[in-house]
Write a protein that binds this ligand. Structure first.
Ligand code: ADP
Length: 317
């Protein structure tokens, strides 16, 4: 049973090319998906439309049986059930952590409000910081307060719009793992928007690729990695070397083995030390330059290197 249903959304801002083109997607209740796309591909616009905060030219969004109305159709735009969280978390600087989290609960009775805030502080591991001000917290903790605030109204859907971009890698990875557990526990439906594939993979194995306003491909990382729909989808996972004798055929650096004497010969032009291998830029005899992975760190600059790969690993479009 699909829960969040996005049907044929079309959106064009005034005098512009379409920002969203015939976009449809169904997300079952409690599922977490990552929406990946480069800047300008329409991700934020789509989230705002889902949240009822942006107009659209055509198409519909349903949350269960309820049709999501646009700002023009609703007196107070937006829905308590659908919460959008951004990178800029806009916490109230002079309010404590618990006051920030409890802000949306202003109309609720005192006892309920306290109970809900205490639950969220505990869930987010922020109990010890309840009376601190935002500036006394790390970036990751501040983002957790923003998410706590979004969760205070017990939403059915959380839309995360690149919420971790300002955090460093370690903080980001830790927070993603922690939040994933919390979202699962609450059975909340989540769309996590990011341009970073690694972040997306930390959060979930349900990916949706968006390109130029369109849904390009959806599925597991394995399925997209093995059968990318086009060059754009393929390049999201790694660099691609062009196999020159075959039209529109590519091979990934990780699928190439290196030898001293047998295979397609080339010369090492550049060597870059990376954590798991040396990345080599190799000039082939036909003049093409390829990136390959020297996992045993055997080859030096200027040296001859021979490349072999399994033809089954080639990607053709
Ligand atoms: P993303 O979130 O993937 O970066 P956006 O949804 O922000 O993409 O933008 C999609 C397209 O819509 C872009 O071409 C952008 O310039 C345009 N756009 C976004 N917001 C507005 C707006 N308020 N007015 C006009 N054009 C906009």
């Amino acid at each position: 049973m699909s829960y969040l249903k996005i049907e044929s959304i079309q959106k064009t801002y005034q005098n512009d090319k379409p920002a969203i083109v015939d976009f449809s997607l169904e997300i079952p209740k409690g599922q977490i998906i990552s929406l990946i796309g480069e800047s300008g591909s329409g991700k934020s616009t789509l989230l705002r439309i889902i949240a009822g905060l942006e107009s659209k030219n055509s198409g519909e969004v349903f949350l269960g049986e309820e049709k999501i109305l646009t700002p023009k159709e609703k007196l107070v735009p937006g829905y308590d059930e659908i919460q959008l969280v951004f990178q800029e978390y806009h916490l109230y600087p002079n309010s404590t952590v618990e006051e920030n989290i409890g802000r949306p609960l202003i109309q609720y009775d005192k006892a309920y409000k306290k109970k809900r805030i205490d639950e969220l502080l505990k869930l987010l591991g922020l109990d010890a910081f309840s009376t601190k001000l935002p500036r006394q917290l790390s970036g990751g903790q501040q983002q957790k307060v923003a998410i706590g605030r979004a969760l205070s109204l017990e939403p059915q859907v959380i839309l995360l719009d690149e919420p971790f971009s300002s955090l460093d890698t370690i903080q980001r990875r830790e927070l993603i793992v922690e939040l994933k557990t919390i979202f699962k526990q609450l059975e909340v439906t989540v769309i996590f928007v990011t341009h970073d594939l690694d972040d997306a993979l930390q959060m979930t194995d349900s990916l949706v690729l968006m390109h130029k306003g369109k849904l390009l491909q959806k599925g597991s990382p394995e399925s997209i990695f093995e059968k990318p729909k086009n060059l754009y989808a393929a390049k999201l996972f790694s660099h691609l070397n062009i196999v020159s004798e075959k039209p529109r055929t590519y091979i990934r650096p990780s699928d190439i083995q290196l030898f001293k004497s047998v295979g397609l010969a080339g010369k090492v032009l550049e060597k870059q030390y990376l954590v798991h291998y040396n990345q080599l830029n190799v000039r082939l005899e036909n003049g093409a330059e390829w990136l390959v992975e020297d996992k045993k760190r055997m080859f030096e600059l200027g040296e001859k290197v021979c490349l072999r790969w399994d033809e089954k690993k080639e990607i053709s479009f």
